[in-house]
Design a protein around this ligand. Structure first.
Ligand SMILES: N[C@@H](CCC(=O)N[C@@H](CS)C(=O)NCC(=O)O)C(=O)O
Length: 216
């Protein structure tokens, strides 16, 4: 399997963690804003990441990809089948990818991806708008974070991966889990980040992370 895109993207990381949870090997390929490789453009007509190529089956969009992977490679199941859990998992994945990501990515693109990676500058007014929008999502997550286990109870699901992945991306702009301000979120995030699949992907991401945020 090939996965196109950089792990700083919450959507790419979400797919990478799902692949790791399922024990599926993959090869990461270049893709994303600023990448004009013929190979990438041939699989991603809208130049979006992530995209997968599973032995010639090409699919875009992190949620579509996770639905495909969970159907084709069902062990362990990351999208629950029980109606209420299913609905809730899809909602939290959608929340992470839209309301939460829209706020966070305004900060990331205008302070990190644009200026530091693409060298095209950033729009600070948009970053500030993202900062103003973000607390509503962070407070919502704090209200959901459980004392123990996962967002949907006993079963670790795509909801945990999608929300934690967006939080991980926010570390690049100084808005990662904040133990003092939102302790329940931080404790739940620690549990997600301690999972073997997460640690494998985090180690792969470390090279990029160190480049963007050199150790003090
Ligand atoms: N809903 C999509 C969002 C994908 C997305 O917006 N990816 C960003 C990177 S974080 C991207 O490819 N941006 C490039 C562009 O819009 O040109 C998903 O879940 O995969």
């Amino acid at each position: 399997m090939k996965l196109y895109g950089a792990l700083i993207s919450p959507f790419v990381r979400k797919v990478a963690v799902v692949l790791a949870e399922k024990g599926l090997d993959y090869e990461r390929r270049r893709g994303g804003p600023g990448v004009t490789d013929a190979e990438f453009l041939s699989v991603s007509p809208f130049a979006k990441i992530p995209v997968i190529d599973d032995q010639g089956f090409i699919l875009s969009d992190s949620t579509a990809i996770v639905c495909y992977l969970d159907t084709k490679y069902p062990e362990p199941r990351l999208i629950p089948r029980e109606a209420e859990h299913y609905g809730r998992a899809i909602w939290l994945d959608e929340f992470a990818d839209t309301i939460f990501a829209e706020a966070g990515l305004k900060i990331l693109f205008n302070r990190v991806v644009g200026p530091k990676l693409l060298k095209v500058g950033g729009d600070e007014a948009l970053a500030l708008q993202g900062e103003a929008e973000l607390p509503r999502s962070l407070d919502y997550i704090e209200g959901l974070a459980p004392d123990a286990g996962w967002l949907l109870g006993d079963h670790f699901t795509i909801a945990d991966i999608a929300v934690a992945s967006m939080l991980r991306t926010l570390v690049y702009v100084g808005y990662g889990p904040d133990r003092a301000a939102r302790p329940r979120t931080a404790a739940w995030y620690d549990r997600v980040a301690a999972r073997p699949a997460w640690t494998v992907i985090d180690a792969q991401e470390a090279v990029l992370a160190n480049k963007i945020m050199p150790a003090a």
